[in-house]
Design a protein around this ligand. Structure first.
Ligand SMILES: NC(=O)c1ccc[n+]([C@@H]2O[C@H](COP(=O)([O-])OP(=O)(O)OC[C@H]3O[C@@H](n4cnc5c(N)ncnc54)[C@H](O)[C@@H]3O)[C@@H](O)[C@H]2O)c1
Length: 356
């Protein structure tokens, strides 16, 4: 790598909702990096993103971005089913990768992506931004310091407000809400327990998206999943899409000598009391606002791990293990039975292990 003007050149691949969060961070200027290009085949989306961010170079094909020598690293923020091919191509072009969650569609794809990045000696970071959120990291540190004794049960929920994009209704393209929404909870649960999930039992149903029911009969917008960890600890994951009331992301960690609650519901700390409406405090509206600082910290850390040549804090194995749990959960929903999680190919464990 030979960064121009001493800065790492970044291309964001995919200029949709999450892509623009990363692109705005890099366009604002993070230490050691600059946004040199965007890539998106949807011309109006690309042009609008280029205009907003004042980025001259826009590629309709990400492959052209990968042959741009000014691009040293890419952020992959396309629909999930495209992650594998883009990451393989990026690795073979020698570009470092920050790949949004879910890492891929199944564990075989994840294994290929990890192997390709290892062989090319490029970094592979996965977009679990909760690991960069101040509240989640503080809670994890306190749990690890023993404030609630030994962890017994982690309950984690994510409820998304918006109606899913069309591609998310198709489980073959998205792996459904377990992947799109609950991946974060799966990763956070592994991180807090310090062990892998061994077995899951999940139930799903479509309660709020009748428009998808006929074309996508297996789509579920609500999921409840019980998890058994390999060390016997317990997990419960509650995931929902299209809830409307706001973005809800919270965790409760029950230990042998206490309990910890993480996550806030309030949009801000203004409470209005009126005779007409009673007590009103707006709910957090979007993941874009709740985790805005975490996304920026994640992007900074990606640049830092490349410039210092150190491993990413959240790596391919973390992405792979979450995908393995998603796959097991979807099988459990379809087959109405508990399912063991596929862990075979994992040689090194990525969760930060502490005897909790
Ligand atoms: N970390 C998080 O909290 C978070 C939040 C939202 C989405 N995501 C993930 O980010 C990814 C994208 O989700 P989204 O909500 O931004 O989707 P989106 O539909 O809003 O955006 C996807 C964009 O990718 C573009 N695209 C499609 N094919 C492409 C290709 N071959 N090359 C380049 N661009 C291409 C589309 O035109 C679109 O603009 C998904 O994997 C999703 O799970 C992560």
């Amino acid at each position: 790598m030979n960064p121009e003007r001493g800065k790492l050149g970044i291309c964001v691949i995919g200029s949709g909702r999450a892509g623009m969060i990363h692109a705005r961070n890099f366009a604002r200027g993070l230490p050691g990096a600059r946004l040199v290009a965007l890539a998106d085949p949807h011309a109006p989306t690309l042009q609008e993103a280029q205009r907003e961010l004042e980025v001259e170079t826009g590629y309709a094909s990400y492959r052209d971005a990968l042959s741009d020598p000014r691009v040293h690293a890419v952020v992959v923020v396309t629909p999930t089913s495209l992650h594998r091919q883009i990451v393989l191509d990026a690795a073979s072009a020698g570009k470092h990768v920050l790949c949004e969650k879910p890492m891929a569609m199944d564990v075989r794809e994840c294994d290929e992506m990890i192997a390709a990045c290892d062989a090319a000696k490029v970094k592979l970071q996965i977009g679990f931004m909760r690991r960069y959120d101040d509240s989640f990291t503080a809670a994890r540190d306190r749990v690890a310091a023993g404030e609630i004794g030994e962890v017994v049960l982690v309950k984690s929920l994510s409820h998304g407000p918006s109606v899913p994009q069309e591609w998310m209704f198709d489980l073959r393209k998205s792996n459904g809400p377990l992947a799109e929404v609950s991946s974060h909870d799966i990763d956070a649960a592994r991180w807090f327990v310090g062990a892998e999930i061994d077995e899951v039992y999940a139930i799903g149903g479509n309660f709020r998206c009748p428009q998808a029911a006929q074309k996508y009969p297996d789509f579920y917008d609500n999921v409840a999943m019980v998890c058994r960890f390999e060390n016997g600890k317990q997990g419960f994951i509650d995931g929902a899409m299209s809830v409307g009331y706001g973005y809800d992301s919270r965790m409760e960690i029950l230990g042998t000598s206490g309990v910890m609650f993480v996550g806030r519901r309030e949009q801000d700390f203004v409470v209005t009391c009126s005779t007409a409406r009673g007590i009103v405090q707006p709910f957090v509206k979007s993941w874009r606002t709740l985790f805005i600082d975490a996304y920026e910290a994640e992007d900074r850390d990606f640049v830092d791990c490349i410039l210092r040549n150190r491993p990413p804090r959240v790596c391919g194995i973390d992405g792979r293990m979450a995908v393995a749990v998603v796959n097991a959960g979807n099988r459990s929903i379809a087959e109405r039975t508990p399912v063991r999680v596929e862990k075979k190919a994992v040689e090194k464990k990525a969760v930060e292990r502490k005897p909790r």
